[in-house]
Design a protein around this ligand. Structure first.
Ligand SMILES: Cc1cc2nc3c(=O)[nH]c(=O)nc-3n(C[C@H](O)[C@H](O)[C@H](O)COP(=O)(O)OP(=O)(O)OC[C@H]3O[C@@H](n4cnc5c(N)ncnc54)[C@H](O)[C@@H]3O)c2cc1C
Length: 409
């Protein structure tokens, strides 16, 4: 049986970052990846996806995107290449095409059963992603309607002719709806509770403002906001996700999707409230940014026009509460309804009843077991590129402090 000091499972950005930091500490390790490096950036995302943050921000601190404007938004394949190049430059010991099918405790460490044999390790870092299993509610039963999760959506031309319903208006759903509407498709968008920070304000991107306002480092979501998605976009050069603007583009907005009865899908009467709360969130970021600029004497241009909204569209003031899908000509539904964690292959008593691991900032309650890349692992930034880097750096330090000093394989 093969032995290593530390086994890293998953080679997305979190696994690649963990490997880089373990190497710096001289910790012998192997990274196992069932597909390719950064596979989820390559094949789990639609063709036109660009990063939600500008290239100066959405990256590892150690490596810039040299070929693109730092204020622009890198495309998904460019991001996947970036991680692949980074891993190659660091000679990361990544084995692709190796699936870990079981992880269990073994003697004083762990035993991983893989598609290519068993590996024993003293420590294990689970880096299998914040978004593991696409969630599609089994609501609409009409076989004539093509249904897919946002991970399977590619582009407007790949959908059958006809109108499209997009359910979920976080970053994925709102961007997909905008792309469909711009392509000339009749598009419906079901909008739940959301935050929608301004893309830029007073000359600075919102990721810059979130840094200044200390929000990336926040330890936990504000109470009651755990299930609120963030609607942002780097598409078309980057603009604020404004649902009034989407309506002006031709998107029909709907409340939260409900039950499906006799070919008709119901929607909660919550659209106006969701839009109002999204506006409130948007305005609160402007207010906090203004207060910060004042308190710190920042010489930034004023932007009063950022507070002027388009009028509310008729679909908000006079909401549709049920849609007969056939009558509306809806032939596809894109479910942008999020993801679940799936640690069913880890046979260790390390999880809460809701499937999330028991941990403190990524250090499991099971000695030697670590998690990296999960939402809110140590702070708001944890599932984002630079946040995973920071968590990986800290966890690699913890692992190194306990390492036996086994040489690199
Ligand atoms: C649509 C979308 C857009 C996003 N845009 C941004 C953005 O612009 N900026 C940003 O900072 N973040 C963004 N994110 C969030 C985050 O950066 C990505 O989700 C990123 O892919 C997470 O990286 P990761 O390494 O933690 O996990 P993943 O990229 O999910 O990588 C996990 C890897 O583990 C492998 N794996 C899983 N199980 C096993 C197993 N049992 N054995 C072996 N291998 C396994 C998988 O194949 C996968 O390659 C976005 C997320 C989504 C869904």
């Amino acid at each position: 049986m093969e032995h290593t000091d530390t086994l890293v499972i998953g080679a997305g950005q979190a696994g690649v970052a963990t490997s880089a930091h373990l190497t710096k500490h001289g910790v012998a390790h192997i990274v196992l990846e069932r597909d390719r490096i950064a596979e989820r950036w390559r094949t789990w995302r639609w063709d036109s996806l660009v990063a939600n943050g500008p290239a100066w921000h959405d990256r590892f601190p150690e490596a810039t995107f040299d070929d693109i404007d730092p204020d622009s938004f890198a495309g998904k394949d460019r991001i996947a290449d970036y991680f692949e190049d980074f891993a190659a430059k660091n000679n990361a010991p990544i084995r692709t095409g190796v699936n870990v099918t079981r992880l269990e405790r073994h003697e004083d460490g762990f035993l991983a059963t893989t598609s290519h044999g068993a590996i024993k390790a003293r420590s294990v870092v689970v880096a299998t992603g914040p978004f593991q299993r696409p969630l599609v509610p089994a609501v609409v039963t009409d076989p004539a309607i093509t249904q897919m999760h946002s991970t399977a959506y590619r582009n407007p031309a790949a959908l059958p002719e006809g109108a499209v319903l997009v359910v979920g208006a976080g970053a994925s759903g709102s961007q997909i709806a905008e792309e469909l509407a711009r392509s000339g498709r009749k598009t419906y968008l079901s909008v739940g509770p959301h935050d929608r920070p301004p893309r830029r304000y007073r000359g600075q991107d919102f990721v810059w403002w979130l840094g200044k306002l200390g929000k990336w480092d926040a330890k936990a979501p504000d109470p009651g906001t755990e299930h609120i998605t963030i609607s942002v976009s780097g598409a078309y050069g980057g603009h604020t996700m404004d649902f009034r603007r989407l309506a002006a583009l031709g998107v029909t907005l709907l409340g939260r999707a409900g039950s499906y009865v006799g070919g008709s899908l119901g929607f909660a009467p919550d659209l106006a409230r969701n839009i109002e709360n999204g506006d409130r969130n948007y305005l609160s970021v402007l207010d906090e940014a203004d207060a910060y600029a004042r308190a710190h004497g920042l010489d930034l241009p004023q932007e009063p026009q950022a507070r002027i909204f388009l009028p509310l569209p008729a679909c908000v003031t006079d909401p549709i509460l049920a849609l007969d899908l056939k009558t509306e000509g809806i032939t596809s539904i894109v479910w942008a309804t999020g993801f679940a964690l799936d640690f069913g292959w880890i046979d260790i008593d390390a999880f809460r009843p809701d499937g999330r691991p028991h941990h403190q900032d990524g250090v499991s309650t099971v000695p030697g077991l670590y998690f990296v890349g999960l939402p809110w692992l140590s702070c708001r930034g944890s599932a984002f590129i630079w946040g995973a880097w920071k968590d990986a750096e800290r966890l690699a330090g913890v692992i190194a402090s306990q390492s036996t000093g086994t040489p690199q394989p």
